[in-house]
Write a protein that binds this ligand. Structure first.
Ligand SMILES: Nc1ncnc2c1ncn2[C@@H]1O[C@H](COP(=O)(O)OP(=O)(O)O)[C@@H](O)[C@H]1O
Ligand SMILES: [Mg+2]
Length: 232
């Protein structure tokens, strides 16, 4: 059994509109259309495809943020469709790290507080949290920014902080949604090198959505999507 298994997963979004005549109409968008996929532990996979093809939706399903309306999704042999919201939140906090294009940092707290955030949901002594934060900031070469605020940092530094925050819980799975989309080429390559190293040294499973071919080449293999389907 693979670490991640999607079988005929279906996700639809209904966009409801009310017309002047008070007639309501629901326009359906099929974001994932009978998508099947297997990913093994320790693999680094890139997902490519045009904007709107379903990359983010797929990552959100795998990250258990979105329950599919049809099909089955198994993570490490567990059927996610059967779990309740509380169980899913716990699973996410312990096993999944997310990074996104625009970093999603909390702007009015310092770098070190941002990185510590996922651990504050657990009962861990502050001393231990501080030690972990210091270690991870050092590993990502941003120790000197620990007391700074996100708005004081460059894009590349912000993404390093976001990666640090994702790694602080030591997740098995890292989901990266266009992680280099807001960065220049050189900085983007640095970020991808960090992901490559995490995959090679820590055997972390990584799924990265991108529409940049060069960036996608960092992965072990590339999945191409079109209109909610995997085409190759
Ligand atoms: N919350 C939502 N409500 C309605 N439609 C959505 C929502 N999220 C995504 N969609 C639609 O689903 C399709 C897939 O979107 P998405 O997964 O974001 O694609 P990508 O990340 O490849 O650009 C698109 O047509 C998009 O408009
Ligand atoms: Mg997207």
């Amino acid at each position: 059994m693979s670490y991640i298994e999607l079988e005929n997963v279906k996700v639809e979004f209904g966009q409801e509109r009310t017309f002047i005549s008070k007639r309501r109409k629901v326009a359906k968008v099929v974001a994932l259309n009978d998508t099947s996929l297997k990913i093994n532990e320790g693999e680094f996979v890139a997902i490519m495809g045009k904007s709107g093809c379903g990359k983010t939706t797929l990552l959100n399903v795998v990250g258990t943020l979105l329950k599919p309306q049809g099909g089955a999704f198994l993570l490490d042999g567990r059927n996610i469709t059967d779990m309740n919201d509380c169980e899913l939140a716990k699973l996410r906090n312990h096993e999944v790290g997310f990074i996104v294009q625009h970093f999603a940092l909390v702007d009015d707290i310092t770098v070190e507080k941002n990185v510590a955030l996922p651990l504050t949901y657990r009962h861990i002594p502050k001393k231990e949290i501080d030690k972990k934060v210091a270690e991870i900031l050092k590993r990502l070469s941003i120790s000197d920014k620990s007391k700074r605020y996100p708005y004081e940092l460059s894009g590349g530094q912000k993404q390093r902080v976001a990666i640090a925050r994702a790694l602080i819980t030591e997740p098995k799975l890292l989901l990266a949604d266009e992680p280099t989309g807001a960065l220049d080429e050189e900085t983007g390559n640095e970020i991808v090198d960090i992901l490559k190293e995490l995959n090679a040294k820590n055997r972390m499973t990584i799924i990265m959505a991108t529409h940049d071919k060069e960036i996608a080449l960092a992965a072990n293999y590339i999945i191409h999507m079109k209109d909610g389907k995997i085409v190759s």
